[in-house]
Design a protein around this ligand. Structure first.
Ligand code: HPA
Length: 257
């Protein structure tokens, strides 16, 4: 399971993307996808040119975007990156803001997660054996620090920490559910970071998260959550997120070589 087993292959940085648009990036190559030991991944890996770096990208909701958060085959997705010998993975997430100091358009590099999901296949134990691995710090410090410094280098003002509450979806939450998440200490809410963060750790693939706040979470804004507001936030901020991903991938290739 040690990544050094793969040290003779070029350093490859994986990106798992959700609704952040990658349409403006150059596609270099699409890899033929075959079913994994755990079934089919959401989409084939595509090599994309982001800024001055190539990354290997997977659309976690499929192409076109049809796979709901609770229906994603997280194990197949992560296993695909493992088989491709990814040296690190960056997960991009759109999230709702719970904490008062997070507003729409904010970029957050999360440092913690609380998992509220259920029924998702969340371990490779059937193939790798039972392993009660440590997840005290769910995000890899090297990838996290690189995302932070790449964002700061480009002049973005970011939040360098935050607790991501992962809900089941696909519906949005009730105001009372969000109030509970707030009491639990969640700053952000999304639907897809778990179990992918834990699965990456089980495979020893360093994993960092990059979040974009696209709405105020239920009960914390001025009324119902509007989809056009979410789309607008994504459209406006996707280039900035991709800029950070490209810069971080470029540096991580050097660091993890
Ligand atoms: N809740 C859950 N997931 C989300 C939200 C939200 O408010 N916004 C974007 N992803």
């Amino acid at each position: 399971m040690d990544q050094s087993e793969h040290s003779d292959v070029p350093t490859l940085i994986g990106v798992l993307g959700g609704t952040i648009t990658t349409e403006d990036t150059n596609r270099v190559e699409t890899t033929e996808s075959s079913p994994t030991l755990f079934g089919n991944a959401s989409a084939p890996l595509r090599t994309l040119e982001i800024g001055d770096s190539d990354v290997v990208f997977m659309a976690r909701h499929g192409l076109p975007h049809t796979i709901a958060p609770h229906e994603i085959n997280y194990r197949a997705n992560l296993w695909t990156f493992y088989e491709a010998s990814a040296s690190a993975i960056i997960g991009m997430y759109t999230v709702g803001a719970i904490a008062d100091n997070f507003i729409i358009g904010d970029i957050v590099i999360p440092n913690q997660i609380i998992d509220y999901t259920w029924g998702r296949e969340g371990s490779f134990n059937s193939v790798l054996g039972l392993n009660h691995f440590d997840l005290s710090e769910p995000f890899d410090p090297v990838v996290r620090n690189q995302l932070i410094s790449s964002a700061l280098e480009s002049g973005y003002s970011i939040h360098t920490s935050g607790t991501y509450g992962c809900t089941q979806g696909p519906r949005l939450e009730t105001a009372a559910e969000i109030e509970r998440l707030r009491r639990d200490g969640c700053d952000l809410v999304g639907m897809t970071a778990m179990p992918e963060v834990a699965l990456a750790r089980e495979l020893n693939i360093p994993f960092g998260g990059l979040c974009l706040v696209v709405n105020a979470a239920a009960g914390r804004g001025d009324g119902p959550i509007q989809h056009h507001g979410i789309s607008l936030a994504i459209e406006r901020n996707s280039p900035n997120l991709l800029d950070i991903v490209g810069r971080a991938a470029h540096s991580l290739k050097e660091i993890l070589r």
